[in-house]
Design a protein around this ligand. Sequence first.
Ligand SMILES: Cc1cc2nc3c(=O)[nH]c(=O)nc-3n(C[C@H](O)[C@H](O)[C@H](O)COP(=O)(O)OP(=O)(O)OC[C@H]3O[C@@H](n4cnc5c(N)ncnc54)[C@H](O)[C@@H]3O)c2cc1C
Length: 381
Amino acid sequence: MMLDTSRRTAFTEDHEAFRASVRKFFERELIPHLDRWEADGIIDRAFWTKAGKAGLLCPTVPEGYGGPGLDFGFNAVIDEELAYAGSTAGITLHSDIVADYVIAYGSEEQKAHWLPRMVSGETATAIAMTEPGAGSDLQGIRTTARRDGNHYVLNGSKTYITNGQHADLTIVVAKTDAALGAKGVSLILVEANREGYARGRNLDKIGFHSQDTSELFFSDLRVPITNCLGAEGQGFAYLMNQLPQERLSIACAAQAAAQRAFDEAVAFTKGRKAFGRTVFDFQNTKFTLADLAARLQVGWAHLDWAIARHIAGALTAAEASAAKLWHTELQWDACDASLQLHGGAGYMNEYPIARLWRDARVTRIFGGTNEIMKEVVSRAI
Ligand SMILES: Cc1cc2nc3c(=O)[nH]c(=O)nc-3n(C[C@H](O)[C@H](O)[C@H](O)COP(=O)(O)OP(=O)(O)OC[C@H]3O[C@@H](n4cnc5c(N)ncnc54)[C@H](O)[C@@H]3O)c2cc1C
């Protein structure tokens, strides 16, 4: 099964040539391992370095820092192909979110040190905002980074952190001055080999089984003040600035997963017989699929608009939030309807729709819940 890109408008020939190489790489290095990784609750660490070697990590990193210096369209290609393949590997968070924080706010030294390692996959990364007591309301975080001479001393804990088991480097959102509210929030680069750093367990989730998601604990963890990413106290502003790309990245994956669910339902219903005809021949099936086909058509057109607008630097936070909201709702509707059309087979893990369905549930929650997306969209009205 292959994602049909013949009617897309956001991509150039270069993007499509890249897509062909991404597919080949996934056929060889991802798809044969998917079931084992799902059972293990984590992907092989070697996948990171293989993806790096194949040029699939951090497309936007400039050539001067070991990257290919490409536009976000290349990230979008990877996001779509990964989701269509039915994988939730955390390489897209590394490439679409963490890399661009380092590119945008990193010091020369930080960029020269970390970016080449992120491109090669030698360094796997994470970003830790959420805490047991604060998710949507990020101003309520309690992790502190107290100045002590030329160091920060970090104390606190984070939860639900994607790549939490694999990450060698994490951008930790911490309060450098609790009295200042949002203006007292900073982004601190924390290496996993520092004393006082502890990983919790790999969390047991409904879906996203092959993505490691963890708690992280910091106890009197010391990092030099040069580990501050950008200016102290600007963390909240940086988080807001980077939101469009994070949310667009989720929208790309959601749309592709919705398409895969639809394609699975078409293939299944055309092959399955009941009452002397194929399940596809029932009007209910045809109308359900026609409705989804119409929404998918609209979705691809919208996604192309959003990708092109983001490459041009014009996508606003409200527009990206609307995209995340809409495409993840479509993903859920498509996965749920497609599973129903499979009958009992849809509930069996041997059918791809089962995994697509359980993995779809979280996309309306992470990257900001869809209720928060509505808040952001409504502020722009
Ligand atoms: C698989 C997975 C991976 C994740 N990866 C990461 C990661 O890598 N890094 C990271 O930092 N976080 C990560 N998260 C955390 C995720 O971003 C948060 O779970 C999410 O933002 C919601 O926060 P919360 O869980 O604290 O829910 P809460 O904020 O407690 O929300 C509970 C409910 O209240 C609603 N609500 C809250 N505020 C409002 C409001 N103002 N108006 C209306 N309704 C509201 C919410 O929409 C939700 O329905 C991940 C989560 C999951 C499940």
